[in-house]
Unconditional design. Structure first.
Length: 282
């Protein structure tokens, strides 16, 4: 341990906690306080939002996410102020043996570029992910400019819900596996499907479909391959779907849109769409 005093700079402590909540406390030598701020910020910013997005009733999701976000920002701001105050109280300050630039840099890099990205990546791939709708191929269910939360714990062992006919689902686009598409599942493995004058017929029976009606749309009978589903856009005359790229492997169906959390058109925010359940829009 060095006996040489090295005063903590309040502005630097505040800046470090602004970059990463709790890092300013780490700089002034309070590792426990630093861990507390980091965990509080991380828990409010990731697990709480996940639980809200997946488990709470739709009507409570928007308000709950907003409150969790405000709480997370509050922790962040308080961490900055607290770091500044703690640094002012540390004069004179004699650093411990571990308080070196190398340790500070290593801890920052580990948290900012390894731990947090790994947690966020896991959440996005397996629990909840946000998506933006770029076009109107799923209109009126999804409109251009909609932003939504999708349940990514879908179509997997022990998941919350299994794939079924009529679901709006997110899947890997077969022609470019770096992209996701969102369409409606209209036929399951082994089903036969055809479209006559806009009407969808499944296994020889007219399907109760709220998006039919364009009599110019037809498709010869097609049998869905085992382990695959057939998807259509709700705006049938302006959608690229299974009529163009074929059946979609069930293993590529990765998510189920749950709620529209924001929506904006050229003319402004669509307040009437915010908070709506995607699966219930007809």
């Amino acid at each position: 341990m060095s006996n040489i005093a090295a005063p903590r700079r309040p502005w630097l402590a505040a800046l470090l906690s602004l970059v990463l909540p709790g890092f300013g406390q780490f700089y002034v030598g309070d590792a426990n306080r630093a861990l507390g701020f980091l965990l509080a910020f991380a828990l409010l910013g990731i697990p709480v939002v996940v639980v809200i997005s997946l488990l709470l009733p739709i009507e409570l999701t928007g308000v709950s996410v907003a409150l969790a976000t405000l709480a997370s920002m509050g922790v962040w701001i308080y961490a900055v102020v607290d770091a500044w105050r703690q640094a002012r109280r540390c004069d004179p300050f004699i650093p411990a043996a571990w308080q070196t630039r190398t340790v500070y840099t290593s801890v920052f890099l580990l948290i900012a570029f390894v731990l947090l990205p790994s947690v966020l990546g896991f959440v996005r791939q397996n629990l909840v992910q946000a998506f933006h709708i770029p076009n109107g191929s799923m209109s009126p269910t999804l409109a251009t400019g909609d932003m939504l939360f999708a349940n990514m714990s879908y179509n997997c062992p022990n998941c919350f819900a299994a794939v079924k006919r009529g679901d709006v689902a997110i899947f890997v686009y077969p022609d470019n596996r770096t992209q996701y598409y969102v369409k409606r599942i209209v036929a399951m493995p082994g089903d036969t499907i055809e479209i006559e004058a806009g009407e969808v017929i499944i296994n020889g029976t007219l399907s109760p479909d709220a998006f039919s009606g364009d009599s110019s749309i037809t498709m010869d009978e097609h049998k869905v391959a085992p382990g695959h589903v057939f998807v259509l856009g709700d705006k049938r005359n302006a959608s690229r779907d299974s009529r163009h790229f074929g059946d979609v492997p069930l293993s590529d169906v990765v998510g189920r849109p749950r709620q529209i959390w924001f929506s904006r058109a050229e003319e402004g925010v669509r307040w009437d769409r915010i908070g709506k359940s995607v699966q219930d829009i007809l």
